[in-house]
Design a protein around this ligand. Structure first.
Ligand code: PLP
Length: 446
């Protein structure tokens, strides 16, 4: 008779198709099946404990099974689990919107809900497109994105994506976007040269094509899925200024960077940038429930605000838009962030992580350690001097992460880059243990 864990593993293999996963590889190894969490730890069905070293894909804020967040959901459940936002309202959606506008970069005034980062991006793209349409500037239809950008997996988000491995196969079904260089200080001769490459690319494009461009979309300060690439200081604000100068909307995709991850509430705050549209998701609910939001300025909102007959309505919505459970837990999570001074805490914790990672920089195969707040990417290279990458077939990132898992910490690589994005609530002792596991895994595999 099969044990419960054997039954689960067999059913997983039989019925579940996992995202971003080559199932042939997955089915070769013992599956990791999580049963419960507590603080920064996750426990599998065998009772083995793991640090959640990637915040369950970059979204957990306060750890798992947080009494206050559980209570917020229970309290809301006692009232209503869901009711639509189409043409009517619910209490948590209103209260959360008010809170989001209070903490967002000044100038953002309206909140449009959805349920994942990708749908939040779709909404930003469609709003930008229709904004110009409603204003009678119907030639402004294309978008600018950055090389290696990732904005989610729906068709619009993939159209402004620029990671060939994920996006190239879908090219025939996408709308084309302009791609400008992303500043890669590691490979482009330092931060200044890298910033200039990106900015001159954008400048040239806007000087020649702005009348056909609706918006630029950017992952502010940290481009996540491309390998935790960190923008040189000043680049973001200069891009926003160029967009303003040329009448192109500026969309900040804060899905990964929002809610304290970079050491500021939003990465845009690091350069005092107010985007025209800002997308948030992931950490919005503290990592509890799927909820996202697209924030807009009054200027954008105003272009849609008209008599119905003018046909300026934004015809977009999802069944679960503004879900009360999600909004209630998001609101409580934001309150907890304030009560616990979490964003300030990230700065201190980030220093500790940086110092503890320091010795790794001398290792032969550690090419670059990139960090902003509690977002860290460690790029492993075959040759440190020439920056020659490992051949992708060597799967060096995967091997390091599997070793880290054996040592008791979960994370996922981005190609040859090992990612470390711990929950913001991690204590200094927990961070030290996680960094030690990561270091040991890198040293033992490279
Ligand atoms: N935008 C950015 C910058 C992201 O990092 C992600 C996810 O990693 C997304 C959008 C998509 O979010 P979701 O996976 O919730 O659709």
């Amino acid at each position: 008779m099969a044990t419960r864990s054997e039954q689960l593993a067999a059913a997983d293999q039989s019925y579940v198709w996992h995202p971003f996963t080559q199932m042939k590889d997955y089915n070769r190894v013992d599956p990791l099946i999580i049963e419960r969490g507590e603080g920064v730890m996750l426990y599998d069905i065998h009772g083995r404990a793991y640090y959640d070293g990637f915040s369950s894909v970059w979204l957990n804020v306060h750890g798992h099974r947080v009494p206050e967040l559980n209570q917020a959901i229970t309290d809301q459940l006692a009232l209503v689990a869901h009711s639509t936002l189409l043409g009517m309202a619910n209490v948590p959606a209103i209260e959360l919107a008010e809170k989001l506008i209070e903490i967002a970069p000044k100038g953002l005034k309206k909140v449009f809900y959805s349920d994942s980062g990708a749908t939040g991006v779709e909404i930003a793209l469609k709003m930008a497109f229709q904004y110009w349409h409603n204003k009678g500037m119907r030639g402004k239809t294309s978008f600018v994105t950055m090389n290696q950008a990732y904005h989610g997996d729906t068709i619009g988000a993939v159209s402004v994506g620029a990671i060939p491995l994920y996006h190239e196969v879908f090219r025939p079904m996408l709308f084309p976007s302009h791609v400008i260089p992303y500043p890669d200080a590691y490979r482009q001769g330092g931060p200044e040269a890298a910033a200039e490459a990106a900015l001159s690319g954008l400048r040239l494009l806007l000087e020649t094509r702005a009348e056909s461009i609706a918006a630029l979309i950017v992952e502010p300060i940290v481009q996540g899925a491309s390998g935790i690439m960190v923008m040189p200081h000043g680049c973001l604000s200069e891009m926003a200024a160029l967009c303003r100068k040329h009448d192109v909307l500026f969309i900040a995709d804060e899905v990964a960077t929002g809610f304290g991850r970079t050491g500021a509430m939003f990465a845009c705050d690091l350069e005092e940038v107010t985007p025209d549209l800002m997308v948030v998701g992931k950490g919005l609910t503290g990592g509890y429930l799927p909820l996202a939001a697209t924030l807009a300025t009054d200027e954008v909102y105003g272009a849609f605000y008209a008599d119905y007959e003018e046909r300026k309505t934004f015809f977009h919505g999802h069944s679960y838009t503004g879900n009360p459970l999600g909004c209630a837990v998001a609101l409580r999570s934001l309150q907890l962030m304030e009560e616990r001074n979490l964003v300030e805490g990230v700065k201190v914790k980030a220093n500790l992580v940086e110092q503890r990672l320091g010795p790794l920089a001398d290792r032969r195969h550690v090419g670059d350690i990139r960090q902003k707040g509690l977002m860290v990417g460690i790029e492993l290279v075959r040759d440190k001097v020439s920056c020659e990458p490992y051949d992708w077939k060597e799967r060096i990132g995967v091997r390091v992460c599997l070793r880290a898992r054996e040592l008791g910490m979960l994370t996922r690589p981005l190609g040859n880059v090992v990612v470390f994005i711990p929950p913001l609530s991690s204590t200094e002792a927990e961070l030290a243990s996680m960094v030690d596991i990561l270091s040991e895994a890198i040293i033992s595999v490279t």
